[in-house]
Design a protein around this ligand. Structure first.
Ligand code: B16
Ligand code: MG
Length: 219
């Protein structure tokens, strides 16, 4: 299988920010008296900030007005950004920079497809802000993953069809988004969570573009 474009998820694919999101959401959930553990956090991977808050409120049977919700989201985000402040170029996950460099040499278009409204800040800390041909993030979206909007916008901005692009995703919601948009998808993480993906690896490691595409062919 040969792809003309590659759409990267951010959190969990390019950099491990999931632990920061977890700490920030768990702190907020604690304050609200709602139990929140790693399995809850797994369900929130790839899910927008507002939908993540709604998940926690629903879990605690809490109903809050919209101003309070906005305040809580700002508080969570400030905590998250404080935790993410130390991110530096060496925090890019193994294999990511090498893959991006290789795709550039090969002329394969690359895009970001993230639910995060902080995507540009995080990419900037990693020194990767200028690496992408297009960036679609939470600031551009009306619908959160598992809706395919993020990847459809990304492919469109690259001038490619969904079937011409490979999506790299670490979240169940993101894998579902890619599938329902008509994309091939490589899951990065555990088969237990990402079994619907066309292929799953625990990390990119030393895999080059040709080896990645072969994984999809020999699924
Ligand atoms: P923010 P991704 C997602 O990013 C995260 O996986 C998810 O945990 C987070 O709630 C969401 O972004 C929104 O992030 O609060 O920074 O706007 O995995 O789609 O790159
Ligand atoms: Mg992710």
């Amino acid at each position: 299988m040969t792809f003309k474009g590659c759409l990267f998820d951010l959190d969990g694919v390019i950099v491990d920010t999931a632990s920061h999101h977890f700490v920030a959401w768990r702190t907020l959930a604690d304050e609200l008296g709602v139990a929140f553990d790693e399995s809850d956090n797994e369900k929130l991977k790839g899910v927008s900030r507002v939908d993540s808050l709604e998940f926690i409120l629903q879990k605690g049977n809490l109903v809050l007005d919209s101003n309070t919700k906005l305040r809580l989201m700002e508080k969570k985000n400030a905590h998250y950004l404080g935790l993410a402040a130390q991110i530096q170029p060496s925090d890019a996950l193994p294999g990511i920079v090498a893959l991006i460099d290789e795709l550039k040499v090969l002329g394969v278009k690359i895009g970001l497809g993230s639910s995060s409204k902080n995507a540009e800040q995080i990419l900037s800390k990693l020194g990767l802000l200028d690496a992408f041909d297009t960036i679609v993030d939470g600031n551009h979206l009306t619908l959160s993953k598992p809706d395919p909007e993020v990847f459809l916008m990304g492919a469109n901005a690259l001038g490619l069809l969904p079937e011409e692009c490979l999506v790299l995703e670490d979240a169940s919601a993101g894998v579902q988004a890619a599938i329902s948009g008509g994309f091939s998808v490589l899951g990065i993480g555990r088969k237990e969570e990402l079994g619907q993906a066309d292929a799953v690896v625990s990390g990119l490691g030393d895999l080059n573009w040709s080896e990645i595409q072969n994984l999809l062919t020999h699924k």
